[in-house]
Design a protein around this ligand. Structure first.
Ligand SMILES: Nc1nc2c(ncn2[C@@H]2O[C@H](COP(=O)(O)OP(=O)(O)O)[C@@H](O)[C@H]2O)c(=O)[nH]1
Ligand SMILES: [Mg+2]
Length: 341
């Protein structure tokens, strides 16, 4: 903490931050990981991680997800290949911590979907990092079908390899079975529709649309299983839960829009501190006429609601979340591999 304090620039003297307003004069130091608040005599007050602990907890594990998880474990016994879809805006937070133990030795392909919503360099960095960790990774835009051909080829290759092994054991070849797995609303059904080239799976922009497992015969060579979204019973961390809420990947009943919009603004402040050249952060600042580093997320929401929404904080929060989800400010990745920050 002391090293961070000495090496980082003092960015601003904010008013309106919950910690800062408590103690008249103070300073804020933004590091790569978090925002540290200090009093006038450089006494540490709090860090952004603690700010997020003060927010109401986000927790979402409805009955249909619990059921989906039980069924998924059964279905996994029948499949050869697991196609794990993640949201490219939050590739870490959409990694299911238990997946690795469920799939064991099965072939696993990771798909970073929504590649149109993040800067191309984020995709490059993530693919490089995941490949270094030994994963086979693809990036797609399931809405427009970009990157699908490469993924289809990889699936066919997996099938050929599996049938080769069967042949060596004296077994007849059969169509290869793949399951498409991932958090809710990451684009699993849209991806299947693209792989199949027709609208076979229901795809809509809200979590919890796919409620049943559905086998789809793609060709003689392979079958795909569409699955309902799954999330762990206890979300990995509150920061991860909040990111899922920003991206509309969990049910909207589990959080308060104003709290989550403030958390999104705090998350963007941290990005701004570590990645000064992100054009979508500039575009956000210009659009709402705010300086993101000068205030806490909560205060930014307050200012935006005053400036543009006649002090209606709920409307401001809904607008901020909707614009982020639609990608109005431009491509924005909320999680970067540690080495690139
Ligand atoms: N911009 C963008 N939108 C996508 C992409 N993939 C899916 N979507 C949209 O995201 C929403 C959720 O997709 P869906 O396939 O239902 O997600 P699922 O719940 O994981 O099956 C839909 O409105 C899709 O059109 C993508 O790559 N880019
Ligand atoms: Mg679906």
């Amino acid at each position: 903490m002391l090293a961070a304090f000495l090496s980082c620039p003092i960015v601003t003297w904010p008013r309106g931050c919950r910690y800062c307003s408590l103690r008249k004069t103070n300073q804020v130091i933004v590091t790569h990981q978090s925002i540290h608040h200090y009093s006038w005599n450089r006494k540490w007050i709090a860090s952004s991680s603690e700010q997020s602990h003060q927010r109401p907890h986000v927790q979402w594990y409805p009955g249909h997800i619990a059921k989906a998880e039980r069924l998924l474990k059964e279905k996994l016994k029948l499949v050869d290949v697991v196609l794990e879809v993640r949201d490219a805006r939050i590739p870490k937070s959409t990694e299911h911590p238990e997946l690795i133990s469920w799939i064991g030795e099965k072939k696993r392909l990771i798909v970073l979907n929504r590649n149109d919503m993040v800067p191309p360099e984020a995709i490059t960095f993530w693919i490089r990092t995941m490949k270094q960790q030994g994963f086979q990774v693809f990036d797609t835009n399931a809405k427009l079908g970009q990157g699908i051909q490469k993924l289809r080829k990889a699936l066919i290759l997996c099938g050929t390899a599996i049938n080769e092994k069967r042949k060596q054991k004296g077994l007849l070849p059969r169509s290869v079975r793949s399951v498409v797995i991932g958090y809710p609303n990451v684009g699993k059904s849209a991806l299947i529709n693209r792989l199949v080239n027709r609208a076979v799976a229901k795809s809509q922009n809200r979590p919890g649309v796919t409620r049943v497992f559905q086998w789809i015969q793609v060709s003689d060579q392979f079958q795909l299983l569409d699955s309902p979204g799954i999330i762990p019973p206890k979300l990995v961390s509150q920061s991860c839960a909040e990111k899922l809420a920003f991206c509309n990947d969990i049910g909207s009943g589990s959080y308060d829009n104003q709290v989550i919009a403030s958390a999104l603004l705090d998350c963007m402040r941290m990005l701004r501190a570590s990645r000064e050249k992100d054009p979508s952060l500039d575009s956000f600042q210009e659009r709402f006429g705010v300086d993101i580093l000068k205030h806490s997320g909560e205060m930014l929401l307050e200012i935006i609601s005053r400036k543009h929404f006649s002090k209606d904080k709920e409307k401001a929060a809904q607008k901020i979340l909707a614009e982020f989800r639609q990608g109005i400010w431009g491509p924005l990745c909320l999680e970067w591999p540690e080495t690139t920050l």
